[in-house]
Write a protein of this length. Structure first.
Lengths: 325, 373
């Protein structure tokens, strides 16, 4: 089995689908010869040619709208939006059309589209390159939001996303693109969508997170373990729709919940998770829910970004708050 | 186009619109005036000032790339090869005009009074770099492609409503002209005859996508035609031609003559940014050819032929700019990081009270994040 980084696993998954499904087309800005600004499409252009791996003109709403047209006519476009801050021009097509074409046409036309885009900060990138606004699209009915946390998960979830009959916004946490290598079997086996993954089992407190924050949360869990606290770490993986069952089962066991996300707090996905637990698991809770999130500010330029992204210390302290008293 | 009839009497088929795009060049790449030069070019001091501005921008640019390579600056978008376009535009504008830049136009910014330290702070990850001491009314750096064109159109609308003799200038790159926003801005400007000049710096490459894959249009200047805006091409490596046509376009717009689109033909001699590796997609021979027509060469030759510039004088200028850049680098590197409060400052004029608690959390955990690299 090859040991690959997450960004390599993402290229692998696209190569697999290009090879096995003739309706798949990879497109976006600089995805061709250049192999993508993060090299997430590296080697695809050389292997599959310019019709199936297309450099588009520079226009994000065009990319999203073209995907709607292609998908409605039987293709499976896998589009890259270069950075999440450039997703905003595409929101018109994603929200007004991509996510609701199936519904509007009573199932006659549909949009099996994957929009891949980098997610989050922590890599010293320029302005508008460190966004994590998954809640904006999570709020939109008719589209899934998926965010992997490891090379293997990225491979499996991307395959599932491409094969899914509906649109998926696939968020790729940039600061763990190359963090670690992992053995990933290039066997075309997808990982299920719409389910959480328990990364670490524990008894005292449940910590739910996704994307790059899983790394920090697992570190926090280690520190907590050293202090005698057993934390259960859940990787949300599919950010929308939320797998409530896994979270509620865990909270029923631990009685405590910490939600960690990089995105701003106000109306973030953490609020939805907290609401689900308040609605269906309130009597299991032994302490108020804690949220550890980015601040309700613009993501700062990089000199301050590490003070914006929740630190391990903040996560550990929040877990302890649920255990106090 | 085969499907167009092209035949028939004037009654059945007639041409209802025609357009023409002119290309302007004043100096040959070898520095020879192709015709009588515009009036400002008779003033050697003025030309020396423009040469110096290009050399200064280039000196800064090389240092900025170097700082990034040594981990002292974030991702940086070099301007190498496009200094004439940037300086020529700056020289043609008035201080009270309004500039909407993209992310490469330091030649214009410096001309308008933005400091090197401010530029370094911005690319060094500090918002204070966007707080230009001079000029106060210009728009900040603009990374989301083409969005600035609408801001400039809005500024021009404000000037028109208030009957101020001011113009807006919007930069855009060749790739940016594919964005819908650019057409919206031009359409508005044309429909309302706004005092605005759209400057397309065509450096031939939008990261890895060459201009011929970006559009089937013969020129980018003609994109203005559909919006009812006259367009022209200029040799963007010829600072005299750039300043000349830019001055005339601004004068016309200032006098109520409406907008213009100017496509400046140049070349990106550098990578797209320091995060890019152009050798993956671009032929070295093409870059070598472009070096032969880069902007400093021809003005240097003209000034040498007039006896006002020589090797020694240029070296002295270069040494002075190097000292100036080094001083700016020192100032930048010794500027303390903002406190975490800066994340919350300036977010609202009247900050909501609940943010105080978050501000306090940020203070408490300052420095506990992953180490800066």
């Amino acid at each position: 089995m090859p040991k690959v980084t997450m960004v390599e696993a993402i290229a692998m998954a696209q190569a697999w689908e290009l090879a096995h499904d003739p309706s798949v087309v990879v497109l976006g800005e600089d995805v061709g010869k250049s192999g993508g600004v993060f090299r997430a499409t590296s080697g695809l252009f050389e292997k599959f040619g310019a019709d199936r791996v297309q450099d588009t003109p520079l226009a994000e709403n065009m990319i999203a709208g073209m995907c709607v047209g292609m998908a409605a006519q039987g293709m499976r476009p896998v589009a890259e939006i270069q950075f999440m801050g450039f997703l905003y021009p595409a929101v018109d097509q994603i929200v007004n059309h991509m996510s609701r074409l199936r519904h509007r046409t009573r199932g006659r036309l549909s949009c099996p589209v994957v929009i891949r885009t980098p997610h989050g900060g922590g890599i010293h990138a320029p302005e508008h390159h460190s966004e994590s606004v998954e809640s904006m699209i999570a709020h939109v009915p008719g589209i899934r939001v998926v965010c992997p946390s490891s090379p293997a998960r990225a491979y499996g979830l991307l395959l599932a996303s491409i094969r899914d009959p509906d649109p998926v916004l696939f968020l790729e946490p940039t600061r763990i693109y190359r963090l670690a290598k992992q053995e990933v079997a290039d066997d075309g086996v997808a990982a299920p969508l719409d389910v959480c993954y328990i990364l670490r089992e524990g008894e005292d407190v449940t910590i739910v997170t996704w994307g790059a924050m899983t790394i920090d949360v697992l570190q926090a869990a280690e520190q907590l373990a050293a202090q005698g606290v057993s934390a259960e770490v859940i990787d949300l993986a599919t950010v929308s729709p939320i797998d409530a069952e896994t979270i509620l089962d865990s909270v029923a066991k631990t009685g405590r919940l910490v939600i960690v996300h990089e995105a701003a707090r106000n109306c973030g996905v953490g609020a939805e998770i907290a609401a689900i637990v308040a609605e269906h698991g309130l009597y299991d809770l032994l302490a108020p829910i804690q949220r550890v999130t980015g601040f309700d500010t613009v993501v700062p330029l990089y000199r301050l970004e590490n003070d914006y992204i929740p630190s391990v210390a903040r996560i550990v302290d929040a877990a302890k708050v649920t255990l106090a008293g | 186009m085969q499907w167009v009839s092209g035949e028939g009497s004037g009654e059945r088929v007639r041409t209802v619109a025609e357009f023409r795009i002119e290309y302007l060049r004043q100096l040959s790449p070898q520095g020879r005036p192709l015709d009588e030069l515009p009036a400002f070019a008779a003033d050697n001091d003025e030309l020396l000032k423009m040469f110096a501005a290009m050399l200064r921008a280039r000196t800064f640019d090389a240092k900025a790339v170097n700082l990034q390579r040594t981990g002292k600056l974030g991702t940086y978008a070099p301007c190498l090869g496009q200094e004439a376009a940037h300086v020529g535009v700056g020289a043609a504008m008035r201080p009270e005009d309004c500039l909407a830049i993209v992310y490469r136009e330091i030649g214009t910014l410096f001309w308008r009074g933005v400091s090197m330290t401010e530029v370094l702070l911005y690319w060094g990850g500090d918002e204070r770099g966007n707080n230009f001491a001079v000029p106060r009314h210009d728009f900040p750096w603009c990374v989301p492609i083409a969005t600035q064109t609408l801001h400039a159109a809005g500024a021009a609308m404000a000037f028109k409503i208030r009957k101020e003799p001011r113009c807006a200038v919007a930069y855009i790159g060749d790739g940016g002209t594919s964005e819908g926003t650019f057409y919206e801005a031009m359409n508005l400007a044309g429909a309302r005859q706004l005092p605005i000049v759209f400057v397309i710096v065509n450096n031939k490459w939008a990261i890895s996508v060459p201009i011929e894959q970006q559009t089937a249009a013969q020129t980018l200047a003609q994109k203005g035609i559909a919006a009812g805006i006259p367009g022209m091409q200029v040799d963007g490596n010829d600072v005299i031609a750039v300043r000349d046509c830019m001055s005339r376009a601004l004068e016309n717009a200032r006098n109520g003559g409406g907008p213009a689109v100017i496509e400046m033909m140049s070349y990106r001699l550098s990578d797209h940014t320091t995060a890019d590796d152009a050798s993956r997609y671009r032929d070295e021979a093409e870059v070598a050819e472009a070096w032969k027509v880069e902007p400093l060469v021809r003005l240097r030759k003209l000034l040498e032929s007039r006896g006002v510039l020589d090797e020694a004088r240029e070296q002295a200028m270069k040494a002075q700019f190097t000292r100036e850049v080094d001083a700016a680098v020192q100032e930048y590197l010794s500027t303390p990081r903002q406190s975490t409060d800066a994340m919350f400052d300036h977010l609202y004029a009247n900050p909501p009270a609940y943010l105080e608690a978050q501000k306090e959390i940020a203070r408490r955990y300052a420095g506990t994040g992953r180490p800066s690299h």
